[in-house]
Design a protein around this ligand. Structure first.
Ligand code: URA
Length: 264
């Protein structure tokens, strides 16, 4: 078989990895891969930075984990995730960042995602609009346990997946200005409904997972509190990224164990 079209990777590159950790930002891939174990770069086609890392289970046994950047948004994520599934991945976990909607979440806190509101388009290419975008329950339980023992502040709940960082998340667009009238007031609406954070990829990942019958999950680090402002600062970003990577690394044994049990 040839190379996956966008990733430029083939089966031998993945070394049999069935678990893929998926940050959005290519710059975050090396740190996440090295938090897993011994790691090496396997490609970077079209900016999709890709590494293989080896999780040491005991003295003799280790398992490969793919760490691949998805880029921003559902269209980009689904392209990467589809090709990873084609290359043999069976469990896909987004390790990303988010902006807090819940007033009690500060930068550095961690969110374990239990569902995603579909303020985006890519999930509709996989599921009818009535179907919820939800992750696998057992993957989510593993991520929850890792968050609990991490010592970090954390929260589980529904996120809002938005196709846009600016108008969809009710930010002043540097180009577009204030959000369009039909989006004005939606931040308070989501908060009232109990959504805990904004991000841009979960709904598409969960929809693809549902359709492909592949387990998915997501852990996100909070990089900004929308109660306090719109801007992501370098300090907030660093804290959020560190939190998500820490929880994902702790969850690895449990995630790898799920690969040995039957798929949903
Ligand atoms: N990612 C988003 O989509 N929104 C934020 O506010 C922060 C990260």
């Amino acid at each position: 078989m040839g190379l996956a079209y966008h990733l430029g990777l083939g089966h031998p590159d993945l070394a049999g990895a069935e678990l893929a950790l998926l940050p959005g930002d290519p710059g975050r891939v090396p740190a996440l891969a090295m938090a897993v174990g011994e790691a090496r770069r396997i490609g970077s086609h079209r900016g999709f930075e890709a590494w293989i890392s080896w999780k040491q289970l005991d003295e003799e046994n280790r398992l490969p984990v793919a760490v691949v950047a998805t880029g921003i948004g559902g269209p980009s994520l689904t392209t990467v995730a589809e090709e990873l599934i084609g290359l043999g991945c069976k469990l896909l976990v987004r390790v990303g960042t988010a902006g807090a909607i819940a007033p009690d979440l500060e930068p550095g806190a961690v969110v374990v995602v239990t569902g995603a509101a579909r303020l985006e388009g890519a999930s509709r290419h996989y599921l009818p609009p009535e179907w919820p975008a939800i992750p696998d329950l057992e993957v989510t339980e593993v991520l929850l346990e890792a968050a609990r023992v991490s010592g970090l502040p954390w929260k589980a709940g529904v996120v809002v997946t938005s196709d846009t960082f600016y108008p969809g998340q009710e930010r002043l667009g540097p180009g577009s200005g204030p959000p369009a009238p039909w989006l004005a007031g939606t931040l308070s609406l989501w908060r009232e409904l109990g959504a805990i954070a904004y991000e841009m990829e979960c709904a598409a990942l969960f929809a693809l997972g549902t359709r492909a019958r592949v387990r998915t999950g997501a852990v996100l680090g909070i990089v900004v509190s929308r109660e306090k402002g719109e801007e992501v600062t370098p300090k907030g970003l660093e804290a959020g990224e560190r939190g998500a990577v820490g929880v994902a690394a702790r969850a690895l044994p449990g995630l790898l164990e799920l690969l040995t049990s039957a798929s949903p």
